[in-house]
Design a protein around this ligand. Structure first.
Ligand SMILES: *[C@@H]1O[C@H](CO)[C@@H](O)[C@H](O)[C@H]1NC(C)=O
Ligand SMILES: *[C@@H]1O[C@H](CO)[C@@H](O)[C@H](O)[C@H]1NC(C)=O
Ligand SMILES: *[C@@H]1O[C@H](CO)[C@@H](O)[C@H](O)[C@H]1NC(C)=O
Ligand SMILES: *[C@@H]1O[C@H](CO)[C@@H](O)[C@H](O)[C@H]1NC(C)=O
Ligand SMILES: *[C@@H]1O[C@H](CO)[C@@H](O)[C@H](O)[C@H]1NC(C)=O
Length: 231
């Protein structure tokens, strides 16, 4: 997703800055090849009626594998982060015991294919807000990774919500711009990634065949979306 952001910037910049932007993009692209990635999927928000039960999606992905991965869900309550649940996942194959700190929460992902989604039962208006899915993998020097999912709670579903329309419109527009920029830099990026491949050989070899540079890139393209901006 860093790649796309840099890509969008690339379109806006003058030619004198493009070279620098390109180098920057490549550095970020190389960065995203390795390490942990937390993802809430293509649509990072959900609008739901009070009283319903919702899934807050999140998955982790790491090409070097995980070991004692710490993850948590946090709710941003007016600026203070409240822990929703957390756990340490010993390996990809275990179903972890998850500590739950908030009522009506169920850990439904069960760590199946990196799935650490939670279910929020019978939501109230107080449940609306930003939920951060956080992960830290000791195998990569304990670097922090997180992504945000936003829950909107309404008393009935209305399509006339202007804010949401703007969010969707800007997200779609952003994706198209990002895609164009991506195509422009793709070949060059792949070339550099091919060079980096040697360096990251260990990473790529242990990735159980699901990841290579091409897949890694298109994967991050599909997942990414510029953070919607409210006008
Ligand atoms: C949702 O909120 C509205 C307004 O407060 C209330 O009338 C309604 O009963 C609530 N619905 C559920 C399912 O809780
Ligand atoms: C939450 O934020 C609003 C607006 O910033 C403020 O008016 C309110 O007092 C805050 N509530 C709490 C419980 O901190
Ligand atoms: C959700 O609401 C239903 C109906 O009111 C109730 O039966 C159920 O126990 C509630 N679930 C939770 C987890 O609170
Ligand atoms: C995660 O698990 C939940 C519950 O089984 C499922 O509904 C959801 O689709 C899964 N998400 C992904 C990305 O696999
Ligand atoms: C990672 O997050 C923890 C809090 O969860 C914080 O204490 C630590 O300083 C962070 N580390 C880095 C490198 O940002």
């Amino acid at each position: 997703m860093e790649v796309q952001w840099a890509g969008v910037e690339l379109l806006r910049m003058g030619p004198q800055h493009k070279a620098m932007g390109l180098i920057f993009s490549i550095m970020l692209a190389a960065w995203s090849v390795q390490g942990l990635e937390m993802s809430v999927g293509k649509i990072p928000f959900l609008q739901a009626v009070n009283g319903s039960t919702v899934l807050l999606p999140c998955t982790y992905l790491s090409c070097i594998g995980i070991q004692d991965l710490y993850f948590s869900w946090q709710f941003n309550d007016n600026g203070t982060m409240q822990k929703v649940c957390d756990s340490v996942i010993a390996s990809e194959l275990v179903t972890p015991h998850v500590n739950i700190y908030r009522e009506r929460v169920e850990f439904i992902g069960k760590n199946i294919a990196g799935n650490i989604s939670i279910l929020l039962w019978n939501i109230t208006f107080e449940d609306a807000g930003q939920y951060t899915c956080f992960g830290r993998n000791p195998k990569e020097k304990g670097r922090n990774h997180s992504t945000i999912f936003t829950l909107y709670v309404v008393d009935e579903l209305r399509v006339v919500d202007n804010t949401l329309t703007i969010i969707i419109a800007s997200a779609v527009g952003g994706s198209i711009a990002a895609l164009m920029a991506f195509m422009l830099i793709k070949n060059f990026t792949l070339f550099v990634l091919a060079k980096l491949e040697e360096k990251n050989k260990e990473c790529l070899v242990t990735s159980s065949g699901i990841d290579n540079t091409e897949n890694g890139l298109s994967g991050s393209k599909a997942d990414s979306k510029p953070t919607p901006k409210r006008k």
